[in-house]
Design a protein. Structure first.
Length: 102
């Protein structure tokens, strides 16, 4: 369900309870994430999110295993939204990536 107006967007967010803030809180708690950046790509309706997640729990895991870990942590939230794109890094990978873009 996508929103056509700001009022519909607010209604969708309030009915699902999924906001960038709730996603960040859940990921920080369940994955012990040191950095979480959630971007709402849906224009505020809360149906399409992209995330950067930095957690030591991703160490020695493949990309698929990292995504499964995130999807398990957000099982209920993901069921309520249309699209979800996580980008998962270990703290070391994140520091290296930040250093490369500077």
């Amino acid at each position: 369900m996508s929103a056509r107006t700001d009022a519909e967007a607010s209604e969708v967010q309030s009915s699902t309870g999924v906001t960038p803030g709730t996603l960040k809180t859940t990921l920080t708690q369940k994955l012990e994430a040191s950095h979480v950046d959630i971007e709402d790509l849906s224009g505020g309706c809360g149906q399409m999110f992209e995330a950067i997640i930095v957690s030591p729990q991703f160490a020695k895991k493949t990309t698929l295993a990292r995504h499964r870990l995130v999807n398990t942590a957000l099982k209920e939230e993901i069921a309520a939204i249309h699209a979800w794109t996580p980008k998962c890094y270990t703290p070391e990978e994140w520091e290296k990536k930040k250093g490369a873009s500077a």
